[in-house]
Design a protein around this ligand. Structure first.
Ligand code: CAA
Length: 460
């Protein structure tokens, strides 16, 4: 049975910090943020918003747009790493909010859980729900997978410039109108790591930034190797003599903690896939230097312990990225997926799927016919695990994509001053106050001081 995505909605908070203001306040070179990391604006959640509100707002949008009643929804999964309760799942909060609009008890038989594995958990939730559909358990009902996060780092830390907030809701069915996932090729990789984690009670993560960047690349590559085995054995892709499986992936969507990470990952994966092909020889001649080789055994520890290798390797990467071969692939396969990330920032679990939405929308606007194109996904979650999988865009995608408009989702955003941003970051505003009123949205109105119960309303 086919399974895939019918529609994708996004909810982005209406507040943002501009890199111009941020770079000046933190005395960071703006070129590092804009050119180095690819960040122009970072969405910031208001004082009357939490990740459950963001999720409810994205879910409500997709239900309204597709005229879906709660009885049609068999499963509602929320994936997040911004959870605020150790036991009560975020989907319960979201059901509570939605029932304020649809009526009490309307979601009475909608199953679901909150899933956690840093930024990759949404991909696991997606995979599990696709398999629920493939198994025939859905009985013509939809599954909703919602990824929602507030990426918040310590003030003054190097992670602070890679923040963001938002939610993406994906409507899944056995007759998808947007994208059908390839069965039996989803590949995972995992190892026990401390690159980025948020111990109980902490509001912000502990981050080893460069370590996490490197792990991201290694873990995705490991998953890609398994994906490759699977696509070759199932004959989903059969590359010719001087071809790589990446030649058969028309669009790539990578996890985007910041947009430049997508570009970095593309370069890394191309190197991995191309270095054994005849085309590599002529490319090396253009680059003008041999590809640096990591010291045996090439583990993350030996790589990080060798600053000379890291320096040479990033020089090689830079030169590779300047070649026409790389630029051509970057422009065709990746660049449109990075546009939203540049304006919104890191959404943790939702970053990959915001990238998908961005790619679909901006490629469609270019006038490209997307029907039948294969989309590859590289999902990464610290801690750490990666997933690589793929899907094919449907024939009728244009009916869905033509209704999408990220620009209008982001119109009327309010640029925060750094003082306002820091006030929100420190949580120093009473809950009765917020920068914006949240009209037409679900908002948080109270967190009980004695029992932590949360109250939400739909502000019509
Ligand atoms: N002009 C142009 N480019 C500049 C520049 C300038 N003036 N100054 C620096 N740059 C470039 C650097 O060369 C570098 O480019 P490369 O990556 O291509 O080498 C880039 O800007 C960033 O510079 P640094 O590496 O020096 O930046 P940093 O060490 O201060 O921090 C970071 C970068 C590690 C991403 C940090 O912001 C961080 O820790 N962020 C949070 C963790 C994170 O996002 N990790 C990503 C992988 S883990 C993950 O994906 C899970 C998740 O969502 C968190």
């Amino acid at each position: 049975m086919a399974a895939g995505i019918d529609d994708i909605s996004v909810y982005i908070p209406k507040l943002y910090v501009d890199t111009e203001d941020f770079a000046q306040a933190r005395d960071v070179d703006i070129d590092k943020m804009r050119k180095g990391l690819g960040i122009y604006q970072m969405a910031i959640a208001d004082n009357n918003q939490d990740p459950a509100c963001l999720a409810a707002n994205a879910t409500y949008k997709i239900m309204k747009r597709n005229d879906i009643h709660p009885k049609d929804v068999g499963r509602l999964y929320i994936s997040t790493e911004s959870s605020f309760d150790e036991s009560k799942a975020m989907n319960a909060y979201v059901v509570g909010m939605l029932e304020q609009v649809y009526g009490p008890g309307t979601f009475g038989h909608c199953g679901g859980v909150e899933t956690k594995f840093a930024c990759v958990s949404g991909s696991y939730a997606l995979y599990d729900n696709l398999n629920w559909i493939r198994a025939g358990e859905a009985d013509s009902q939809y599954a909703l997978v919602v990824v929602s996060d507030i990426a918040k780092y310590d003030l003054g830390s190097s992670g602070e410039m890679t923040q963001g907030a938002g939610a993406v809701a994906m409507l899944l069915s056995d007759d998808p109108h947007l994208l059908t996932f390839d069965p039996k090729v989803t590949a995972t990789s995992i190892s026990d790591e401390y690159d980025f984690y948020r111990p109980f009670g902490k509001d912000t993560p502990i981050v080893h930034g460069q370590y996490s960047n490197l792990l991201y690349l290694l873990q995705v590559r490991k998953a890609l190797d398994l994906y490759k085995k699977k696509v070759l054995s199932t004959k989903l892709i059969t590359p010719g003599p001087d071809e790589s499986i990446l030649d058969y992936i028309d669009y790539l969507n990578m996890h985007l903690p910041y947009s430049a990470m997508g570009r970095k990952a593309l370069a890394y994966l191309l190197r991995h896939e191309w270095r054994h092909l005849p085309r590599w020889k002529s490319l090396i001649e253009k680059i003008g230097m041999a590809e640096p080789v990591a010291q045996h055994p090439g583990t993350i520890e030996t790589i990080l312990a060798n600053p000379e290798f890291i320096k040479d390797d990033s020089k090689f990467n830079r030169l590779l990225m300047e070649t026409d071969e790389f630029i051509d692939i970057y422009e065709k396969k990746l660049s449109s997926s990075l546009i939203a990330s540049k304006m919104i920032g890191n959404l943790y679990t939702a970053s990959l799927y915001l990238g998908l939405r961005s790619s679909l929308e901006y490629e469609h606007r270019k006038g490209v016919d997307l029907a039948g194109k294969r989309v590859g996904f590289g999902s990464y979650g610290s801690g750490s695990s990666a997933m690589v999988f793929s899907g094919v865009i449907t024939e009728e995608y244009a009916d869905v994509v033509s209704k999408m408009n990220l620009d209008s989702e982001m119109k009327n955003r309010r640029r925060l001053t750094l003082d306002e941003y820091e006030l929100l970051h420190r949580g120093q505003m009473p809950l009765t106050e917020s920068i914006l009123s949240g009209d037409g949205e679900f908002i948080l109105t109270d967190v009980n001081k004695s029992n932590s119960e949360r109250q939400y309303v739909f502000k019509s």
